[in-house]
Design a protein around this ligand. Structure first.
Ligand code: ADP
Ligand code: ASP
Ligand code: MG
Length: 409
């Protein structure tokens, strides 16, 4: 019997009416002869609401208790879906993260260390449907854990890998992966197929349609992923290995997609010593504090006394980064720290870049022609990212989308 995982995001689970609709989709797959496990998100907006309560309870809160609070959103929707499926005459039951168990490495943004699929085997033997709250795991101490924002995607893929599913379907509020966020560029084009590698890069630079870790997992297990709409019956986007796309050179663009990430904050240190070892003294305390540094730009000081270093960190880590640097001020030796959160990272991604020069040049030219100043740049083999002022987000995404020939006809 074919086995599938169906994952439903927050918008798809927002309210009884939508849950009933989701139950209908699950029923249809079960009646087609599939063994089905369903992974659900909390209702749209619920996780934000729960996080806000934690913030109101205390400015610095215990991650263990944070997990107890925020994991509850998924507990509610999984129970409601199971009840709805039962009402349709199906043998459905919910299983919390600790009941499988889904083992997580720690609190607040835990990594999945393993899933025991034995419970599910029992469910399938009895022709049952398992409904599992996404985002939720259990630590080795038996405490509830959560997997980071958007983590239900990762729950779904990890579960699919553990139960050796034939496919993992991610149902969401758009009907597939587009060349850019269709809510920003209405002329964005739906992609029939994307490679794991491209999707991984797109997700990591801000295409939030899939959590980055879920794509990494799918790639590692070679798990076919499908992104599709839970509202419309349309073909979605398949995310597959490179070798499954034979016609890519004939049909596809050099650039697959444009993404943006508003979650970057800029840190500038002035008056640094122009000598070996300065950078190591700056980045060591950041690494020790587990802060990911992304873009880095170094320049000579305007007046010639010392160097200036600018880099970006996730906005959520900004306060930590500043604290770590202030603490190491004596050792590093700098005049001042400046921060700026009014920036956005815009990226162009495509495996075609490997065999095509001039992508960065075209990107700079396109943005320059619109008067958009580039603050920092980073590149990888299949990606060029630029940091710009956030006021230009939409304009930059739109003009790059057009310049790289991605607009729908
Ligand atoms: P869910 O709650 O179902 O997990 P998300 O809000 O996490 O849904 O992800 C879906 C959203 O991702 C879409 O509504 C869309 O605005 C956004 N998005 C960003 N980039 C893309 C892209 N390249 N293709 C499709 N959707 C995208
Ligand atoms: N509910 C969680 C979040 O909003 C997990 C998810 O939806 O994937 O981040
Ligand atoms: Mg999501």
């Amino acid at each position: 019997m074919p086995r599938i995982v169906m994952k439903f995001g927050g918008t798809s689970m927002a309210g009884s009416e939508r849950i009933r609709h989701v139950a209908g989709l699950v029923k249809r797959e079960a009646e087609r002869g599939n063994e089905v496990a369903v992974v659900v998100s909390a209702m749209a907006g619920e996780t934000d609401r729960l996080i806000q309560f934690c913030r109101e309870a205390a400015s610095v809160y215990d991650p263990r208790e944070y997990d107890v609070v925020v994991a509850s959103g998924e507990q509610v929707t999984s129970g409601l879906l199971a009840i709805t499926l039962q009402g349709m005459g199906l043998n459905a039951k919910s299983y919390m993260g600790w009941q499988l168990p889904i083992r997580a490495s720690g609190h607040a943004a835990g990594l999945i260390e393993g899933i025991d699929a034995e419970v599910l085997e029992g469910v399938f033997r009895q022709s049952g449907i398992a409904v599992i709250p996404g985002f939720q795991g259990v630590t080795d101490r038996g405490d509830l854990a959560t997997l980071g924002r958007g983590g239900s995607d990762t729950s779904a893929v990890a579960l699919a890998a553990a139960m050796k599913a034939d496919r993992c379907d991610i149902y969401t509020d758009v009907d597939g992966v587009y060349t850019t966020d269709p809510r920003i560029v209405p002329r964005a084009r739906k992609l029939d197929r994307v490679t794991y590698e491209e999707m991984l890069e797109l997700a990591s630079v801000g295409a939030k349609v899939l959590q980055t870790r879920s794509v990494g997992l799918a790639m590692r297990y070679n798990m076919p992923l499908q992104v599709l709409s839970s509202f419309e019956d349309l073909p979605g986007t398949m995310i597959v290995g490179d070798d499954s796309i034979e016609d890519r050179n004939m049909e596809r663009n050099v650039i697959t997609g444009i993404a943006h990430d508003q979650n970057e904050a800029m840190v500038t240190l002035t008056g640094l010593a122009d000598e070996p070892g300065t950078l190591a003294r700056i980045f060591a305390p950041l690494a020790a504090a587990n802060i990911n540094v992304d873009m880095i730009v170094q320049s000579a000081h305007e007046s010639g006394d010392g160097r200036v270093l600018t880099f970006t960190v996730p906005t959520a880590s900004l306060a930590h980064a500043v604290a770590a640097l202030e603490q190491a001020k004596e050792e590093i030796g700098f005049d001042e720290i400046r921060t700026n959160t009014d920036v956005v990272k815009v990226s162009a991604v495509g495996v075609g870049m490997r065999s095509n020069a001039g992508i960065a040049a075209k990107m700079f030219e396109t943005l320059g022609a619109r008067g958009i100043n580039i603050i920092a740049i980073t590149t990888s083999e299949i990606k060029v990212s630029v940091l710009i002022h956030e006021d230009y987000t939409e304009l930059a995404v739109r003009v790059l989308h057009t310049a790289f020939g991605l607009d729908q006809d």
